[in-house]
Ligand binder design. Structure first.
Ligand code: AMP
Length: 485
C-alpha cells in the first residue's frame, strides 16, 4: 500500500482532488474554492518556471490577498522555496533578507513593485501578469520549503532555511494527532513571515477545510471575526487573547463554535488558558512550543484540569524527537538547564553562517534553543525563561543586540544597550546610550531598518553603564532604572 504523504503540496492536491468545490480560503471578502486556488497556483508555478531558471527561492509579499496564498502554493509547486516578506517591514530590511537569500524574483501586488525593485528584485508579477496556461507537471526540485528570518543579535535578520521534509514531519504529527474535517474553519492570524502561519495553511488544506483570513489590522476584531466566520479551529499567540481579555471581550461562551485551539510563541499563563476555555467551552486547548529552527512547533501540552502551575508547561516533544537539558557539556533527561532538541524537525542551520547552536552529541544533531527549562521525571518540560537576552514582544522574537548594532555606527565611541521593560502588563524596549545625542535621528535610523515591534519606546542617555563586581554590564540595574526611572 502506498504510504500517505504529508508533503505540504501533496496534502493540498489531495484536497483539490477530493473536494474541488469546497472553499479553501476566505480572504479579502470572498471565498476561493480548492479548484480555483489550484488553478491560480498552477499559473504562478508556470510563471516561476518561465522566469526563475535555476533560482531556487522566490519572495512572496505577505499582504492578505489571494495572491499571497496562491503564491506560496505556486512557488512550492514549482519545486522552489518561498521567502515571505512582511508588508509592513521597511524595504531596507527586505533588501538585507533578499540579498542573503539570493532572491531576484517576487510575487507581489502591483502597488509595491517599485518598492521591491528598490530592495533588489528584478522580476515581479501580480495577478494580472500571470500566464493563463496552467498545464504543467509537478516538479520536485528544492528540498527547502521556505526561509524565515528572525531577529539576529549581529544587527541583521537571521535566515532559517526550513526543509520540506521537516514541514512534512510536523504536518504528519499534527494532522494525525488532532482531528480536523472539511467542515472546519481555521483562523489565519499569523503573518506569513512567522512560521506558525505554515501550520494555519497546510493543516487546514490537508483537512480540506477553509482558511479564514482577517484583515491586517484585525487583532481587536478577532472575536467578531471568529463568530462571523464560524471559526472552529483557533491558533494565536497568547498575548492576542490577553489583549482581548483586557478589552473585556473574552467573555464566557463568546466562542461557541471553536472546538480546537492552539497557542504558541510565548508562555501561556494558566489563568489565561482557563479564561479561554470558558470563552470556548467546547474547545480542546493545546500549548505548542518550538523555535523556527525546529519547524513551527515541536512540543505539546493539552490544557487539562490537572494543571496547577502559573504557566502552562511546554509538555513533551512530538514522537520521534528527543529533548534534553544541557548544563555545561552534559545532556540530562531531567533537571534544570538549557533545552536542546533533536529529531526530524530540526533544520540544518542558518543561511550563510555557522552557529554553535547546532551541534553533534552522541551521534545525533542537536539544536540548543536558549530556553531555560525544567524537565520533570515524567519527561514534561516546564518553561523557566531564557539563558540569553532574547525577548518576545507579542510573540515576536527580538534580539536586543540587533537594535544596539543598528545604532552603533551612529554613536562614535558610544554604546547602546537595549533592555526589556514590563509596563502595564506588556513588555516594551528601552535603549540606553552613553553619549549625549539627539534621539530623533537615532529613532529615524531604527525605523528605516527594523519592524515597528522592534522599536524601543525610549532612548535614555546615561553618563556611564552600570557594571557588576566582575566588570560585567549590569542589565538588571538598567531594567530597574527603565522601569522606575
Ligand atoms: P520563534 O522562533 O519566533 O517561534 O520563537 C521561539 C521562541 O519562542 C522559543 O525559543 C521560546 O523562547 C518562545 N516560545 C515559543 N513557544 C512558547 C511557549 N509555548 N511557551 C514559552 N515560550 C515559547
Amino acid at each position: 500500500m502506498k504510504e500517505t504523504s504529508f508533503d505540504p503540496i501533496d496534502l493540498f492536491l489531495r484536497s483539490v482532488r477530493e473536494m474541488p468545490e469546497r472553499p479553501a480560503v476566505h480572504v479579502d471578502g470572498r471565498s476561493w474554492t480548492y479548484a480555483e486556488l489550484d488553478h491560480l497556483s498552477q499559473r504562478i508555478a508556470a510563471w516561476c518556471d518561465a522566469v526563475c531558471g535555476d533560482e531556487q527561492r522566490v519572495a512572496v509579499h505577505g499582504a492578505r490577498t489571494v495572491l499571497a496564498y496562491a503564491g506560496i502554493l505556486g512557488v512550492l509547486r514549482s519545486g522552489r522555496a518561498y521567502v515571505p516578506l512582511h508588508p509592513d517591514h521597511p524595504p531596507l530590511r527586505w533588501r538585507s533578507m533578499l540579498t542573503r537569500a539570493s532572491v531576484r524574483t517576487a510575487i507581489a501586488p502591483a502597488q509595491v513593485h517599485a518598492q521591491l525593485r528598490e530592495a533588489g528584485i528584478d522580476l515581479l508579477v501580480d495577478l494580472d501578469g500571470l500566464p493563463s496556461a496552467a498545464a504543467r507537471s509537478n516538479v520536485r526540485g528544492s528540498r527547502e520549503a521556505y526561509v524565515m528570518f528572525t531577529s539576529g543579535s549581529t544587527g541583521e535578520p537571521k535566515g532559517v532555511p526550513v526543509g520540506r521534509e521537516q514541514v512534512a514531519a510536523y504536518l504528519q504529527h499534527v494532522c494525525t494527532t488532532y482531528a480536523f474535517s472539511p467542515e472546519d474553519r481555521f483562523t489565519q492570524f499569523f503573518a506569513l513571515s512567522f512560521d506558525l502561519s505554515v501550520h494555519d495553511l497546510f493543516v487546514c488544506w490537508g483537512a480540506g477545510a477553509c482558511l479564514c483570513v482577517p484583515p491586517a489590522d484585525g487583532a481587536l476584531q478577532a472575536m467578531s471575526f471568529a463568530n462571523e466566520q464560524a471559526i472552529t479551529v483557533w491558533f494565536s499567540v497568547p498575548s492576542q487573547v490577553a489583549l482581548l481579555q483586557r478589552m473585556r471581550l473574552l467573555r464566557p461562551g463568546a466562542l461557541p463554535k471553536v472546538r480546537q485551539a492552539f497557542f504558541c510563541g510565548e508562555p501561556l499563563p494558566l489563568d489565561l488558558a482557563r479564561a479561554f476555555c470558558e470563552a470556548a467551552p467546547h474547545a480542546q486547548v493545546v500549548n505548542l512550543y518550538g523555535p523556527t529552527e525546529t519547524t513551527i512547533a515541536i512540543t505539546e501540552q493539552v490544557v487539562g484540569p490537572e494543571l496547577t502551575e502559573r504557566v502552562v508547561p511546554l509538555g513533551r516533544p512530538f514522537p520521534g524527537h528527543w529533548a534534553r537539558v544541557r548544563t555545561g557539556e552534559a545532556l540530562a533527561t531531567s533537571g534544570e538547564g538549557e533545552l536542546v532538541l533533536s529529531g526530524p524537525q530540526v533544520n540544518a542551520g542558518y543561511l550563510g553562517q555557522s552557529s554553535a547552536s547546532f551541534f553533534e552529541a552522541g551521534g545525533q544533531r542537536w539544536y540548543a534553543t536558549g530556553d531555560r527549562v525544567r524537565m520533570d521525571p515524567e519527561g514534561v518540560l516546564h518553561f523557566l525563561g531564557r539563558v540569553d537576552e532574547q525577548v518576545k514582544l507579542a510573540g515576536h522574537r527580538v534580539e536586543p543586540g540587533e537594535i544596539d548594532a543598528v545604532l552603533k555606527p551612529m554613536l562614535g565611541d558610544g554604546t547602546a544597550v537595549t533592555v526589556p521593560v514590563l509596563r502595564a502588563g506588556a513588555t516594551e524596549l528601552a535603549t540606553f546610550i552613553d553619549v549625549e545625542m539627539d534621539p530623533i535621528p537615532l529613532f529615524a535610523a531604527l525605523r528605516e531598518r527594523l519592524p515597528a515591534y522592534m522599536l524601543p519606546s525610549r532612548i535614555i542617555v546615561v553618563d556611564r553603564f552600570p557594571h557588576g563586581t566582575h566588570g560585567k554590564l549590569d542589565r538588571k540595574a538598567l531594567i530597574e532604572r527603565a522601569t522606575h526611572g
